[in-house]
Structures are given as C-alpha cells and as structure tokens.
Ligand binder design. Structure first.
Ligand SMILES: [Zn+2]
Length: 588
C-alpha cells in the first residue's frame, strides 16, 4: 500500500477537474462542473465534478468517488494500477519503484540540488561575499534569527558560482537545469540562473526545498525572479511559508503579497502568514488554504494593483468557502513598511480590526462616488443597497444600514425599503437555487433506488448518512460519536462498511479525505461516499443534528426482529416487553 504522504502529493498534482476533462467535456455550473456521464448513456448532463472536495458524482447512475476511483472506473484498473496511471500522468513515481524509474531519480536529484543550493546561498550570505545582501536585509529590519529561520541566502554576482559548486558535489548540468537553478548557454555549458540576488528558499509541507525566489540587489533583470515549474514544483499550487504557518497556534491565516512581507510579519510574532509565489492567487492555492483554515486575513499592498488583487482574492475565497477579512493599512504601502514604521502592537491592532469583505467593498464605493453631490449620493446608495441585499445575517445588515444612513443623512427606513425591493428578486433566485438543490437530492435517492436494504430502512439509512457526512465535514466529533456508536449499530451494510473504514483511519489519527478513503473502499462504496457529499445541501451537521442521528440509531439497537424475539428466553422476553411498554409510555 502507498503512504498517505504520497497520496496527498499525488492529489496535489492530479486535480480532478483536469483529469476528468481528459474524458468528459465539462461546463462550469456555479461551484461545480457538469457534463455527460461517461458511465451511463444520457442526453442531458447529470455528471458533476466538485473541485472543492475533489470528487465526482453522477445523479443518473450513482457512480462517484475521488480522482483515483474515477480512473479505476474509466480505465478499468485496480487501485494500485490507477495510482500508477495517475502518477505517470503527472510525472511522479510511486515510492516503491522509485529506484527503477528515471523520472523518480530525477525528482530525487532535483530535490538534492535544491537543498545543496539553499545551503550554498545561505553560506554565501553569511560570508564576506554576501556583505551587501546582508546589509540590505539588516536595513530592511530583518534580524539574524529570522535569516536563519527562513534559510535566506545570497546568489553571488557571478556566472558560475553555484554551478561550479554543484559540479564539485557531483551533480550534472542537466539536472541543474531541470532544477531551474541553472540555464543552458547557447554554446552549451550551464550558467547560474540567479545572480546578485537575495534568495528565498520555498519549502514544501514535507520540508523539501522545492524552489527559490530571488530579489535583485541591482537593476539587472526583473526585481523578483522565481523558479519556473520543475518536476518537484508547481507555482500555482504552493505557498511561501505554509510549512511554518500550518503549525501556527494563531487563528486563521494571513495572506500577504510578497516574501519580504511574510518574513516581516513572522518576525513580528505572527507565524500564520503566507504568500503566493509572485503570481496572483489561484483557485488551487485557495483550496489548499481551505484545508488549514476557514478564515483568511488579506494583507495585500494598499496601492491600486494590491486593491484589485484583494477584490479578486475575495471572490476566489468565496468560491471555496473561506471567510475573508481585509487589513486596512493607512500610512504604509505594505505590511512590511507598516511594521517598520508603527511596530508590532499597532499591527496586532490592525489584525484585530481587519475589515470584513463588506467594509472593504463599502470603502471602495466611498472612493468611487462623491457623496457631497446629489448624484454621488444616489449612485453610492444604489450600489450599497445591492451590497447589503447580499448580507444574510440581519443583525450585520442592520449595522451597515445604520452606518450608511448616518453617513448620508437619510433615514434607515429609506435604505431598507430599497434593499427589500432588491431582496424580492434575490429571494426568487434563492428559491430557484433551493429547488435545484432539492431536485439534486431527489436525483440522489433515485440513484440509490436499487439499494433495497436502504429503502427498507430509510429512516436509519438517512441518519447513518447524516452521521457520516458530519464526520467527513468535521472529523473532530469522531471520539464523541464512536463512544456512543459502534460499527454493529449501523443498520445498512454499505454505511457500516464506510463507518468502519472511517473509524479505522480516525482511530489511527489519519484523515478521511476522499482520496485517502479510496485505498480502503471499493468503487461502489466510494460512490456512496460521493452521494452523501453531493447531497450536502440537504444535510444538517450541527451538534443537535448529530445527537438526532445518534438517537435514531440507538433506537434501532433495541428493535428486535421476529426471529430474535422467537428465540428469547422468558426473562429476555419479559425485559423486552417492558422496554417496549416504557417507550410507548414515553411517547404518549
Ligand atoms: Zn452516470
């Protein structure tokens, strides 16, 4: 069996949307993608892909699961064959035959080169060669401890400093180029890619140096130069400093724009800051973040591009269900400068008071309209009402309405009236959405229509499914659930199989993401997991719901079949009858 670590890595590189698109023409439908099911014949699409949970589900035939299950089904492979198939597709090697495989060897050498290069750059920074770079970092307020913590370095202003060093360690030019630390010259012969730059190693979640960012110390070339994608690195799927931030005790994550910002924020004592790698936030990165937190504070630059990026990021996080608040800095262009100028306490206050997405949008409207003029007032109000109509929480909405009413010196009633007219349209849309969700649920029931056991025990089966959904959504409740409910308390075979697989992994301290479950479960069982996830909009999953599910299943524990009753001795029968009577009394 392959390790969870490898499966996690495989998951990172085999996005379900990309893999499935190779077989099915997918169309975006809100948060999902839909297409014609490859597993049964149909004319209108009932096959859905869910990027957020990296799963698929067909409401027509009930086929579902993670990316590995998809490959198993469509290529007709067993589990290990499917893992190999996917690994090959994204240039990875399954650990056990790593030695045999050339690509795996290259990955290993690229990682070794990166590690060696990071040491080399760091040593250079701490030597006479790196005096200017060291001075630069000191002037920017970084201290020695931080430099060591992040493993910062210096690439000398030479063409062959690193390449000569790596050659002396026995690495080939070809592998250096593959690692993207060297470039092949036109006349042949590799030379250093990073020259006269402060170097920021990028470290993955397993502690490997996978890439570098380099900041120029002179005006030669781009201000920031980053590694391109290599066999061990995908820019759109990694985050700077996530290796530190993932173990932070602080709530949420801070997303900043650049390496220097992140390092400044960490040095100020907030070790939950990360950054994208010289690119705008991607959906994959947002999804990666959503695995660690459901709350992000955006600390982008306060200039125009920074604000545009903020707006974009808010939308992307909204898609993956992460709550966003926005740091509003005045008197500094970025977090780095802010901390330099005002210190860590003021920055902590800033974090506490970070504005949520509504306030951010309001701020933008304020700068768009001149509310001193009548026209400006009307325009501002119109857009503000649209914004407010989208706020679900009535208390929160009231706060903003009052605030804007005071600001524009008009009555809150006037604003509320305008929101209500917008609301009616919103409510209509919402009803349509809910109807669509209900249809989906009914569809799911239809998909399980051949499951006779489920039909005969529908009440219990649905409680089981609700319970399994709660566990997937929030594995932390497992201990509580398992204390009350064992495998044998499950009524339907397939749900019991799922519960038992969940329990096995959770008891061992492992997670129960879909892709990990697929190593333990048949494609049929995976389909059921997918079905449960796909009906999520109609599942309750709070503490009260959990209690309800457990109560319903506990009830069943006491229900005996006719055959069981027939075999009871007198004492047992007596007890059973008393128990039934007590239950009846309780009800009436
Ligand atoms: Zn189908």
């Amino acid at each position: 069996m392959v390790s969870d670590l490898f499966i996690q890595e495989l998951k990172q590189y085999s996005d379900i949307e990309r893999i499935v698109s190779g077989y099915v023409a997918l169309k975006k439908k809100g948060r999902y993608l839909a297409g014609l099911c490859p597993f049964h014949s149909e004319k209108s699409p009932s096959f859905y892909v869910y990027p957020q949970t990296q799963s698929f589900y067909c409401f027509g035939c009930g086929a579902g699961g993670d990316v590995i299950t998809f490959i198993r089904r469509i290529e007709n492979l067993d589990y290990m064959e499917a893992v190999h198939f996917l690994a090959e597709k994204c240039g990875m090697t399954v650990p056990e035959d790593e030695k045999a495989d050339a690509l795996g060897m290259q990955r290993k050498r690229v990682l070794e080169i990166n590690r060696e290069a990071a040491h080399f750059f760091h040593d250079q920074l701490m030597s006479e060669n790196g005096r200017q770079a060291y001075g630069y970092l000191m002037r920017r307020g970084r201290d020695r401890k931080t430099i060591r913590h992040f493993g910062l370095g210096y690439a000398p202003n030479e063409w062959h400093a690193l390449t000569d060093h790596l050659k002396s360690k026995g690495f080939s030019e070809q592998d250096m180029v593959a690692a993207n630390v060297a470039v092949m010259g036109k006349q042949g012969g590799a030379y250093d890619r990073f020259r006269n730059r402060v170097m920021f190693p990028i470290i993955d979640l397993r502690g490997n140096v996978v890439a570098f960012g380099g900041r120029a110390l002179d005006d030669q070339g781009a201000k920031y130069l980053n590694s391109s994608d290599t066999p061990v690195f995908k820019k759109s799927k990694n985050l700077f400093a996530l290796n530190f931030a993932k173990t932070s005790k602080l709530p949420g994550l801070i997303l900043a724009e650049g390496y220097m910002d992140v390092i400044a924020i960490h040095q100020a004592g907030f070790d939950n800051a990360v950054a994208t790698l010289g690119t705008a936030l991607t959906e994959e990165q947002a999804r990666l973040i959503s695995q660690y937190t459901d709350k992000v504070i955006l600390a982008y630059d306060s200039d125009g591009p920074g604000q545009a990026a903020t707006k974009r990021a808010i939308n992307i996080f909204d898609e993956v269900g992460v709550k966003v608040s926005v740091l509003s800095m005045t008197g500094a262009k970025d977090p780095d400068e802010f901390i330099q100028k005002y210190g860590r306490e003021r920055f902590a206050m800033l974090l506490d008071g970070s504005r949520n997405a509504v306030e951010f949008e309001l701020g933008k409207l304020r700068s768009k309209f001149d509310t001193q003029t009548a026209d400006g007032k009307v325009g501002f109000l119109k857009d503000a009402c649209k914004l407010f109509a989208g706020i679900r929480n009535p208390v929160e909405r009231e706060v903003y309405v009052t605030q804007v009413a005071n600001e524009l010196e008009i009555s809150p009633q006037a604003i509320n009236a305008q929101i209500q007219s917008l609301d009616k349209r919103e409510q209509y849309k919402e009803r349509r959405r809910q109807k669509a969700d209900t249809n989906i649920y009914i569809g799911q029931m239809a998909a399980a229509k051949n499951d006779l056991q489920r039909r005969a025990n529908l009440r219990y089966a649905m409680a089981e499914e609700g319970l399994l959904y709660c566990l997937m959504k929030n594995p932390n409740v497992f201990k509580e659930v398992y204390a009350n409910l064992k495998e044998q308390d499950f009524v339907t075979d397939i749900n019991r199989e799922l519960y038992s697989a969940f329990a096995k992994r959770l008891e061992a301290g492992q997670s129960i993401e879909m892709i990990e479950l697929s190593s333990e479960l048949s494609p049929e069982a995976m389909s059921r997991v997918s079905a449960i996830m796909a009906t999520a909009p109609s599942q309750r999953c709070d503490e009260a719901a959990l209690q309800d599910y457990m109560t319903i299943l506990a009830e069943h524990r006491n229900v005996k079949t006719k055959e069981q009753v027939a075999q009871m001795d007198d004492n047992a029968l007596d007890a059973y009858v008393k128990q039934l009577a007590a239950k009846k009394n309780r009800r009436s």
